[in-house]
Structures are given as structure tokens and as C-alpha cells.
Write a protein that binds this ligand. Structure first.
Ligand code: SF4
Length: 188
């Protein structure tokens, strides 16, 4: 996957977009973007954890708010990103996707190359159901078909975690949104 092409697609849609060779370089850029942010909202992302950003933000004296819609900078990953620059996320409670749309002064997505799909929105949703939901259900102790078998059965389980699907076609009108692409596999 050519990250520069994906970056260009994101820029055309109005996102601020940058590409990085390593998670360390991207993490340094996030810290720079957060330099004037007093509060940093946290989207509960494995990618963000793997980048060590929570510790770095705490060490820099930032107030960290979990899943908050009111903060100076909201940091999360994408469950999938289409090669033509659309961001796709699926949530259970919806607080992560809500904060990615409205509330924070700035939203920053950090996205590893493994999240990028070639086949459009259907491919993005399929990726999420295949790669993200089963491990998330297992991590959360949910009794869903995907937790038990590793495969989505489009369940109607009370434990279902796929409740809300949000597609960013462009940044929401009141929310400056940046996407940092990273040429490493990060999160799931
Ligand atoms: S619909 Fe059900 S089985 Fe499919 S990914 Fe979501 S929780 Fe898992």
C-alpha cells in the first residue's frame, strides 16, 4: 500500500494528513500537535497504546480524559481506512465515535498500514468484523459468536459490540481532523 497515495486522497477530502515511516516518528508528531492542549481525550485504542502516547501525554502534564467529548485534542485510531480516504469505525456505546465527530477542539486519528483496505466501505466493514471485533469481544469477555469462533455471524446477541457504524467522508464541519498514517502494523 502506497501511503503517499492514501495521504493525497485524505487531503482531497479536507483532512489534514501526514505519513510516517515509524510509530516513533508519528508519536513525536502527535506530541507536537498536543503541545497547546491542556486536556487529551482518549479513544481506547490499541494503536495509541502501542505508540506509548498515554505515558508520554501524562509525562508532559496533560490531563487525560477517557472517551470524553469535551477536550482540546481527541486521539484515536480507525478500525479501517479506505484507500480513497474514508475512515470507518464501529462502536458499541458510541462515545468514541461521538467524540470523533463533535466536541473536541481537534481530532487526531493514528492509523497503521494494516487498517487500510482497497475495496471501499464494504471491504472496510468486513475488515472490522473479521479483524477487530473478535479480539475486542474476547478482550471484553463477551459471549458473542465472533468471540467463540473468530467469525462474525451478524449476531443478535445481547453482548453484541457492533452497534453504531460511522463513516467519515470528510471532517465534520466544526471539527478539524488530522490523520497520521504509519507504515507499520499497529492495533487490530
Ligand atoms: S455482529 Fe456479533 S458476531 Fe458479528 S462481529 Fe459484531 S458482535 Fe461479533
Amino acid at each position: 500500500m502506497d501511503l503517499e497515495k492514501v495521504k493525497e486522497a485524505l487531503l482531497k477530502r479536507g483532512f489534514a494528513a501526514e505519513a510516517f515511516a515509524t510509530k516513533a516518528a508519528a508519536a513525536a508528531r502527535v506530541m507536537e500537535m498536543a503541545k497547546d492542549a491542556g486536556s487529551v481525550g482518549w479513544g481506547g485504542s490499541e494503536t495509541v497504546k502501542e505508540m506509548g502516547l498515554r505515558e508520554a501525554m501524562a509525562a508532559a502534564g496533560k490531563e487525560i480524559r477517557d472517551h470524553q467529548t469535551v477536550c482540546d485534542l481527541f486521539l484515536l485510531s480507525a478500525n479501517a481506512l479506505t484507500a480513497d480516504g474514508r475512515i470507518v469505525n464501529i462502536d458499541g456505546r458510541g462515545n468514541r465515535v461521538a467524540a470523533s465527530i463533535y466536541g473536541p477542539k481537534q481530532v487526531v486519528f493514528v492509523v497503521g498500514r494494516n487498517k487500510i483496505v482497497e475495496g471501499g466501505i464494504d471491504d472496510a466493514v468486513a475488515r472490522i468484523k473479521r479483524c477487530a471485533c473478535p479480539p475486542n469481544c474476547r478482550r471484553l469477555g463477551k459471549q458473542t459468536p465472533c468471540a467463540l469462533t473468530g467469525k462474525c455471524a451478524d449476531c443478535n446477541s445481547p453482548d453484541r459490540i457492533c452497534m453504531v457504524t460511522v463513516i467519515h467522508e470528510r471532517p465534520a464541519r466544526a471539527t478539524p481532523t488530522a490523520v497520521l498514517l504509519i507504515d507499520e502494523d499497529l492495533g487490530y
